[in-house]
Design a protein around this ligand. Structure first.
Ligand code: NAD
Length: 477
């Protein structure tokens, strides 16, 4: 189906074994759009039987998909990437309608998602084995890499297309088949991707998208011996649950969880450039990214200068209708997001923080000074456009405060001094470090965290290994 016609539909259901199924469970669920309003679309949740059928057909599809030579699989991925780019405008508007991010960011999300299909189409050609010299003349030792099997992918609402794309592209390149469960509020852009995958010639059963009750789908994926891998992006709380519950069937796991990123501005930084990069990192998706700076540390000697310049820029950010090209920040998908921001701001104020910029509406940017590690805003990711600012005197102190969190996804710092940069890179306990760079993520580099931010990597030269297992072969003659 042409993507325009696909998007124009009112009713949607899961994509199972190559087609959009008539659900056996008939209860329609209404999807509200933060832009288009209530009852925007209707979706039919899949039943337990639908999900069992999906797991079985996905396993059957795996038995043939894994045999297709990986460079040929890579060609299909390239076609999918091209189709995403050809349909960029329509898909971007769908993302904006579905979850409310500014249209320019939705366009960037499609570009980013396509990038993963292009990257992994190449990676499919580079699944090299290893040949190891033996101490015996009559032995040959080899390591082969093989697809792990059916993969259960569970994804969040904040990047409804790019996060599933980064998992799906890697899994398909490796030779795995996929059962993907998106967030129930944002399934449409992923269903649109499934539509494009069909157009690209992906065989039935290789990619399945199941929409349904999250706990029920989770339990079925966790309990199934057919599913050999779970790749999850979302909150640390749900990540811990999946980690624990997957132990009964001993699945391979990738967990991309919450963050609490620091951004450190040293006194020798190029201040204008640092502020531009912090704005890009902080306000993308109206602050709703796992790698958004959640605590901004500024060195004493440039503190006042930084505040003045930062405030001038932040108060001029354009908040409004996400369908307009000029909008930089927009509304939220969830009412809970507003509650969390309110809680963080109230707690900070009660404990002595001061507003340098106070928002009228809570989806507008705010700047807090006199922030301390005792405040919730320091300890937890706010997932909104709140900028808590702290001052520090020495480099050691900045790194110690930045590391004072159980999370370890991304960190940023800004300096022109190579020794300072080397010290910070070596001592910051995070999986991704942006040095004078607010937007480090890209398909050809690995994405992932440590500590409570999870484990495993997506994209980059190691992302494909998350979907492969090792087979060691000792050949004696
Ligand atoms: P969430 O954990 O509530 O939900 C994520 C997904 O898990 C959704 O599809 C949801 O339906 C599903 N889910 C929830 N409970 C489940 C259960 N019991 N069984 C199976 N599935 C279940 O997270 P969210 O609110 O959608 O996303 C925001 C969080 O995601 C933030 O903490 C953010 O930092 C994190 N995140 C991390 C990354 C990363 O790459 N590290 C990227 C984006 C978002």
């Amino acid at each position: 189906m042409k993507i325009k016609d696909f998007i124009a539909q009112k009713k949607y259901s899961s994509f199972i074994n190559g087609s959009f199924v008539s659900p056996s469970q008939k209860t329609p669920i209404s999807i509200d759009s933060p832009v288009e309003g209530k009852n925007w679309k209707t979706i039919f949740f899949s039943s337990k039987e639908d999900i069992n059928r999906t797991l079985e057909s996905s396993h059957e599809a795996f038995l043939s998909w894994k045999k297709i030579p990986s460079p040929i699989r890579g060609k299909t991925l390239k076609k999918i990437g091209n189709l995403l780019k050809e349909n960029q405008k329509e898909l971007a508007m769908l993302i904006t309608q579905e979850m409310g991010k500014p249209i320019t960011e939705s366009e960037a999300e499609i570009e980013y998602a396509a990038g993963y299909f292009f990257w992994f189409s190449g990676e499919a050609e580079r699944i090299y084995g290893i040949s190891i010299p033996s101490q015996f003349e009559n032995k040959r030792l080899h390591i082969h890499y093989e697809p792990v099997g059916v993969c259960g992918l569970i994804t969040p609402w904040n990047f409804p297309l790019a996060i599933p794309a980064r998992k799906i592209a890697a899994a398909l390149a490796a030779g795995c088949t996929v059962v993907c469960k998106p967030s129930p509020e944002t399934p449409l852009s992923l269903l649109a991707l499934a539509n494009l995958c069909e157009e690209a010639g992906l065989p039935p059963g290789v990619l399945n998208i199941i929409i349904g009750e999250e706990k029920e789908i989770g339990q079925q994926i966790l309990a199934s011996n057919l599913v050999r891998k779970i790749s999850f992006t979302g909150s640390t709380e749900v990540g811990k649950y999946l980690f624990k519950e997957s132990s009964t069937t001993l699945k391979k796991l990738t967990l991309e969880l919450g963050g609490n990123a620091p951004a450190i501005v040293y006194d020798d930084a190029n201040l204008d450039k640092a502020i531009t990069e912090i704005l890009a990192a902080k306000f993308r998706n109206t602050g709703q990214t796992c790698i958004a700076p959640n605590r901004i540390f500024v060195q004493e000697s440039i503190y006042e200068d930084f505040l003045e310049k930062f405030q001038a820029k932040v108060q001029n950010l354009v908040v409004g209708d996400p369908r307009k090209e000029t909008t930089e920040l927009s509304m939220f998908l969830h009412p809970e997001s507003i509650k969390k921001i309110q809680l963080h701001l109230e707690d900070a104020e009660k404990k002595g923080a001061k507003f340098l910029l106070k928002p009228k509406e809570l989806y507008e940017p705010s700047i807090l000074t006199e922030v301390t590690p005792k405040m919730v805003v320091f300890q937890e990711e706010t997932f909104g456009p709140v900028c808590p600012i702290l001052r520090f005197s020495t480099i050691e102190e900045s790194v110690e405060m930045a590391n004072d969190t159980p999370f370890g996804l991304a960190a940023y710092f800004f300096t022109e001094n190579i020794q300072q940069a080397d010290f910070s890179v070596s001592n910051l306990e995070f999986g991704i470090i942006g040095v004078n760079d607010g937007i480090p993520s890209t398909p050809q580099a690995s994405f992932g965290g440590i500590k409570y931010s999870g484990f495993g990597r997506e994209g980059g030269p190691t992302g494909i290994f998350e979907f492969l297992t090792e087979k060691y072969v000792s050949l004696k003659f």
